[in-house]
Design a protein around this ligand. Structure first.
Ligand code: FAD
Length: 405
């Protein structure tokens, strides 16, 4: 690495926030940075700060398994995620930054006739909304993914699958860096190593935030802190949100020659697997079963994930794991996100992304920017209200994607 010197900075180092901004975004993950970028680009609001506790890319945006898809059943979800997919398709050009978006397809495996029925229903809903979906039988699955055990001897024999050909993966760090550079070039201040420690109110109206670098005044404040929403919003007086925080782990194996050229999800448990450009298999499993803010995993989940991977691909049984890590997931109670104004004037909430917020990054930023700029939701996030858990208008879609239950 001796030669890695003299790199120019991708965005300005703003050590000290200004006294005041039109908008402060708390959290410099993918969603916070995308929000700042679209606020500046789409709404001309450039006096914006993104205030990040750690470093850009250190949160879940740099810890995920990078799967991008829009294969949802409910119209509110599939329209939102499909808009995200369209933004993904133009992202490298828009940001002038190669985010390595690879539309290699996402295949959800089914193991029972009932699952096939469910996938048929979801695929139809996708197609009705203009989203690509293909129902594959077992032979088509076998042809698409040669290493899979499609025999009747498999622990959970495969019946077929639902494929979204336009789904795929992206380089997660590049997404964070690309949005950071884009926002910075439009005048947004990105302040790293600056924890927000409190919120400043004048009555019920927000007037700024307290940080470890001192108070910062703001006309509006958007909170996009992913796995820390309950902790951060407790400082603004929100005692109880419809969110539980759990660790989710990801794993990378030693590099292999090309083996899997799509994203495959197990239908009999929670496992998703793809192969990185360096050859490592990248996979993730289920949540750790208890609430936690510790960004590290535990051994039973490693064992569980390894067992599921080998049940799908017996030829992986001698593969070595290289590393694994954890990120904190804010699980909403219906599996869908929250992008909304809060009951406090000028304070906006972007939260509850469960396992799936990476793919939402562009659409989330787009819609959150609209909600903040116009003080009302975009039609794409109008259903992602905070009060739906009180009114009963929930969007219950925990079953989308790799989670068959
Ligand atoms: P983050 O990057 O976590 O950003 C939030 C930021 O807020 C952090 O940088 C944090 O430091 C900052 N912050 C917190 N508190 C404060 C404070 N007080 N002051 C200032 N800043 C603060 N999604 C998919 O779509 N596909 C996948 O394949 C996928 N796989 C995943 C696998 C794993 C192992 C994990 C952990 C997640 C996965 N996800 C996936 C989910 C996805 O990564 C997240 O939903 C998404 O990244 C969350 O949004 P973010 O990028 O803004 O979060």
């Amino acid at each position: 690495l001796k030669g890695h010197r003299g790199w120019t900075r991708t965005w300005r180092a703003v050590e000290q926030p200004k006294e005041s901004y039109d908008v402060v975004i708390v959290g410099g993950g993918g969603h916070g940075l995308a929000t700042a970028y679209y606020l500046a680009k789409e709404y001309g609001i450039r006096n914006v700060a993104v205030i990040e506790k750690g470093w850009i890319g250190g949160g879940n945006v740099g810890r995920n398994t990078t799967i991008v898809r829009s294969n949802y059943l409910l119209p509110e979800n599939n329209r939102f995620y499909e808009w995200g997919m369209k933004l993904w398709e133009g992202m490298s050009r828009d940001l002038n930054y190669n985010v390595m978006f690879s539309q290699r397809g996402v295949l959800n495996l089914a193991h029972t006739p009932a699952q096939m029925e469910g996938f048929m229903r979801r695929g139809n809903s996708m197609r009705v909304n203009g989203i690509d979906a293909e129902l594959l039988d077992r032979d088509q699955v076998a042809a698409k993914v040669p290493g899979l055990d499609v025999s009747d001897r498999a622990r959970f024999p495969i019946a077929g699958g639902l494929m979204q050909p336009r789904g795929g993966t992206a380089r997660h760090d590049a997404v964070a860096w690309g949005y950071a550079r884009g926002a910075d070039s439009l005048g947004v201040d990105i302040i790293e190593n600056c924890e927000v420690t409190g919120f400043l109110f004048d009555g019920d109206r927000i007037v700024g935030v307290d940080t470890v670098k001192g108070p910062v005044k703001a006309g509006k404040v958007g909170v996009a802190v992913a796995g820390n929403t309950s902790r951060v919003l407790a400082k603004a007086g929100f005692d109880r949100l419809p969110i539980e925080s759990h660790v989710l782990q990801a794993f990378v194996s030693e590099p292999l020659k090309p083996l899997i050229d799509t994203v495959v999800t197990f239908g009999a448990g929670h496992l998703y697997i793809s192969q990185s450009d360096k050859g490592g298999l990248v996979f993730g499993g289920d949540l750790d079963g208890y609430n936690s803010y510790a960004q590290r995993g535990n051994i039973p989940v490693i064992q569980d994930v390894a067992a599921m991977a080998v049940a799908m691909f017996p030829n992986l049984s001698r593969l070595h794991l290289l590393r694994h890590w954890g990120g904190v997931m804010d699980m909403s109670m219906d599996g869908s996100p929250i992008i909304d104004k809060s009951p406090k004037d000028g304070l906006y909430i972007n939260a509850g992304w469960c396992y799936g917020g990476f793919k939402a990054t562009p659409a989330s930023g787009w819609c959150f920017a609209h909600t903040i700029a116009r003080d009302e939701p975009h039609e794409l996030n109008a259903a992602f209200r905070l009060d739906r858990f009180r009114t009963g208008r929930t969007l219950d879609e925990k079953g989308a994607g790799p989670v068959p239950r």
